[in-house]
Design a protein around this ligand. Structure first.
Ligand code: 475
Length: 841
């Protein structure tokens, strides 16, 4: 428009645009301007944190530019977009990642040094954005990085929690939780869009009316609206101008307070509605792989999907395409069952608001959605009581009953007289009260369902979703093995290894095509290369040793074997088995002669991870680890052959220090319980070997890197049911080595044994559901093999190199391409080309 009445104006706009590939000077000028104008500080009044803020704001300016250009290009082309709905985005820190992806790392690094700061210290000021629990949330973050890098027109939708996952501290070896008020200082990585506001309704009532065509229709009138306000988080791709968006919704009352109550002097009542509205997005539920049936959690879910769908439908309508084109323009991926109400909400919009016939609407809905399952643990399966849904969302509950009715009618038609099949497939669990099974609703409302690793995808087809495969057929059920972004998990976390790889491969192309790492194989017998490879690992271990010293006061020997298990604390992940094997090792070391001890491989066993605040057994595992650490680390008689460390407050930025430093990492879930795992991929990509069970993505990692480069043990998934049966009905004998270790704990060797009774009971009274005693023997043998192998340093180096070289498959770029091609049917949009084309028009 401006160009029309003042053509010269455009030149000015161009001249003063935010620079894109700016140099040291333009960075410095922006830095100083932000220190004075944004932060109201000066050269006499600036610390590392202000330097971080000024740098972050400078980067933010550049991100906004790309973000705008990307949205403009997408508006120009009008492509099919993909929407990733995730209740969790575990992003971690943003500055280093943005600098890398924008190609500004070097110039800004020099620029900030000249101004009197070290980039390392500046980066270290940033607090993690920890809006997630573990695997599922971090996967969403890696997928956004890949979507941006591969130029897909994609959006993430989530919630802007005021409090992220709690901070973990230790008190006398017990976990204590502290609130994570991450927005305490301003957050430069979000753009508040106070103009993007959507009213969300709960409760109210449904009435019927007859439309112009004489059809009976429903209309839902909700209660007091709550506002969803958009906060946009730009996600820059690596080596591209594409910059996509995660839109996080924050809840806010529509009316500030109730004047009537206020005037009556009832102040608490006057602000009550306001507080209830703000509560919706106040806190992330801290449970991983576990369903908690709290009403507030259900409100979060609806609030989020209703706001997101309103936004998506509004964007679609701007295209002025017929509503039947919706699935040609929109693909929505459901990250687990948490956003399943989106299926119901879209059906409601199409039928009640747009006036479509039920069947036409339903075809649009099922063509639009696809659903990813992340766990088969029964306690994680979401189900919501019908009475709760009925009063919170009366119209949605009616629609769910109708979806179920039509679905079961179609089942009945195909399999007449199989009442049990109907009961098993039903979206409604016929208990008292009734429950809505969210996974069933998600399957029925989606055209594709996928698991996250080969074994897991096969298991869901043969166990929890078996009947659905029978009804819908195989094609609907796919596998999409998880992946991780090599930008954060190698280049950023392990700069020395990244530099060595780039030097050998001649360029950085491997960061966009991870299969290129294969070329490293030709150096496995090059002594100079091996030496440098080992030196990098050594310096990463020293870096971790420093961090451990700072955080825990424990000194560890970086020449020892670093054996690491970091992940959420959960019985199925079996940290308990790990610490029991540590006790076993400790007792052996004590019995050894000094000569024997000299010949053993010294080990540092490192743990980290949060337990859900209400998960009593998991918290006892943390206490046991710390109690064992107290005894072992003090015992001079074992001459530094064993150290045990629990690193507090494991999170993304701590993982970036830990992951590059492993010799061995442990992924030892009971076979069939860990859907995929993604930290296994991170460790191996950084040249760490795995000690693991035949579970999740371990199996595919094994396939890629080969037998010699991984230590696998334990019973297979297809044996698990029988073994559990044996524990339940045949008083199974306990492994004697395991028995000895338990006796040792019970003797009081690691502090008051009464504390650990409930934990030990899981193996006895609890019938050892996770089969520790069945796997303990083969676990110890595998540990011995690790020790033996580590003695041959040269062979170990070779294994380490081959690990990294063969990890191409596990890039999240590969995973995202598979989703794009076989589920979403979306194409990349090269933002830069679109812009140039537009300029030349
Ligand atoms: C699996 N989280 C990993 C990872 O696919 C897998 C969060 C809230 C409520 C309930 N559950 C969750 C998960 O279920 C979860 O994180 N699952 C994990 O997803 C990514 O690699 O094996 O355990």
């Amino acid at each position: 428009e401006i160009a029309k009445w003042n053509p010269k104006a455009l030149d000015l706009w161009e001249k003063f645009a935010v620079p894109e590939n700016d140099d040291k000077e333009s960075f410095q000028s922006s830095f100083v301007r932000h220190v004075t104008s944004t932060l109201a500080r000066s050269v006499y009044n600036i610390d590392n944190f202000s330097a971080y803020q000024a740098t972050a704001h400078t980067v933010r300016d550049r991100l906004i530019k790309r973000w705008n250009d990307t949205q403009q290009a997408h508006a120009e082309v009008g492509p099919k977009r993909v929407y990733y709905l995730s209740l969790e985005f575990l992003l971690g820190r943003s500055l280093d990642n943005a600098l890398l992806n924008l190609g500004l790392k070097e110039s800004y690094g020099e620029g900030v040094e000249d101004l009197g700061f070290r980039m390392e210290d500046v980066l270290d000021q940033e607090v993690d954005a920890a809006l997630g629990n573990g695997g599922l949330g971090r996967l969403a973050a890696c997928y956004m990085d890949s979507l941006a890098t591969l130029d897909y027109p994609a959006w993430g939708y989530g919630l802007r929690y005021t409090y992220g996952i709690f901070q973990q501290r230790l008190n006398d070896g017990f976990q204590v939780e502290f609130p994570d008020y991450w927005l305490n200082f301003d957050n430069p990585w979000e753009l508040p869009r106070l103009d993007v506001v959507i009213d969300i309704y709960f409760g109210g009532s449904v009435s019927k009316y007859t439309d112009n065509n004489g059809r009976v229709r429903a209309i839902w009138e909700g209660g007091e609206p709550i506002q969803a306000v958009a906060y946009d988080v730009p996600i820059p791709g690596y080596g591209t101008k594409n910059c996509i968006n995660i839109r996080l919704w924050s809840s806010k009352p529509k009316r500030k307070f109730d004047l009537k109550h206020f005037n009556e002097g009832q102040y608490e009542k006057a602000v009550q509605a306001q507080m209830e509205a703000e509560n919706i997005t106040a806190v992330l539920y801290p449970n991983d792989n576990h369903m908690v049936g709290k009403e507030l959690r259900l409100k979060q879910q609806y609030f989020w999907v209703a706001a997101s769908l309103a936004d998506i439908v509004r964007r679609f309508k701007k295209s002025e395409k017929p509503i039947s084109d919706f699935p040609k323009q929109v693909a929505i991926q459901l990250n687990d069952t948490h956003p399943t109400l989106a299926i119901v909400e879209l059906q409601r919009i199409l039928v009640d608001v747009e006036g479509l016939e039920w069947d036409d609407a339903w075809d649009i809905v099922t063509d639009t959605f696809a659903f990813t399952n992340h766990t088969i643990l029964p306690e994680a399966m979401e189900k919501w009581p019908v009475p709760v849904l009925t009063y919170l969302l009366p119209r949605h509950m009616q629609i769910i009953f109708d979806i179920n009715l039509f679905f079961l009618q179609s089942v009945e038609k195909k399999y007449p007289d199989d009442r049990d099949l109907l009961a098993r497939l039903s979206i409604i669990e016929e208990s008292s009260p009734q429950f809505v099974r969210m996974a069933h609703l998600a399957i029925v409302g989606s055209h594709r369902v996928n698991g996250v690793a080969e074994l897991h995808s096969n298991l869901i087809k043969t166990t929890i979703f078996k009947d659905f495969v029978k009804f819908f057929g195989q094609e609907k059920f796919q596998n999409k093995t998880n992946g991780i972004t090599p930008r954060r998990w190698l280049h950023q976390a392990n700069p020395k290894l990244s530099d060595l790889i780039t030097e050998k491969l001649g360029n950085k192309d491997w960061l966009k095509d991870l299969f290129k790492l294969k070329q490293l194989e030709k150096y496995v017998d090059d002594p100079d290369f091996k030496k440098r490879w080992v030196a990098v690992k050594g310096s990463n271990k020293a870096r971790l040793a420093d961090y451990i010293k700072k955080q825990t006061g424990i000194s560890v020997n970086s020449n020892a074997l670093f054996d690491i298990q970091v992940k959420r604390i959960h019985e199925y992940k079996r940290q308990f088995m790990n610490i029991l094997s540590v006790i076993h090792r400790y007792n052996l070391l004590k019995k050894m002669t000094p000569k024997q001890r000299k010949e053993t491989v010294p080990r540092v066993v490192i743990f980290g991870g949060k337990a859900a605040p209400g998960y009593y057994i998991a918290k006892l595992v943390i206490k046991l680890i710390n109690s064992v650490a107290d005894v072992v680390n003090k015992d001079l008689s074992i001459e530094d052959t064993l150290k045990v460390v629990f690193i507090p407050d494991y999170n993304v930025s701590v993982a970036e220090i830990i992951v590059p430093a492993s010799d061995i990492s442990q992924h030892i879930s009971t076979a069939g319980t860990e859907a995929s795992g993604t930290s296994n991929m991170k460790f191996v990509l950084n040249g760490g070997l795995i000690l693991g069970t035949v579970d999740g993505a371990n199996i595919e990692i094994h396939e890629e890197i080969g037998d010699e480069n991984i230590f696998m043990f334990g019973n297979l998934a297809d044996k698990v049911e029988d073994l559990r049966h044996a524990h339940r009905y045949r008083n199974k004998q306990m492994d004697p080595a395991l028995k000895a270790v338990l006796d040792d704990i019970e003797s009081g060797h690691f502090g008051d044994p009464r504390i650990f009774v409930p934990l030990i009971n899981t193996l006895t009274i609890g019938k050892d559901y996770y089969l520790l005693s069945d796997d303990f023997g083969s676990y110890l043998r595998a540990q011995d093999m690790v020790d033996e192998a580590y003695k041959d340093k040269d062979e170990w180096a070779k294994k380490s190199i081959l690990c990294t070289a063969r990890m191409g498959k596990f890039s999240s770029d590969r995973a995202i391409k598979e989703y794009a091609e076989s589920i979403w049917n979306v194409e990349p949009i090269p933002v830069e080309e679109v812009r140039e084309h537009k300029l030349h028009e």
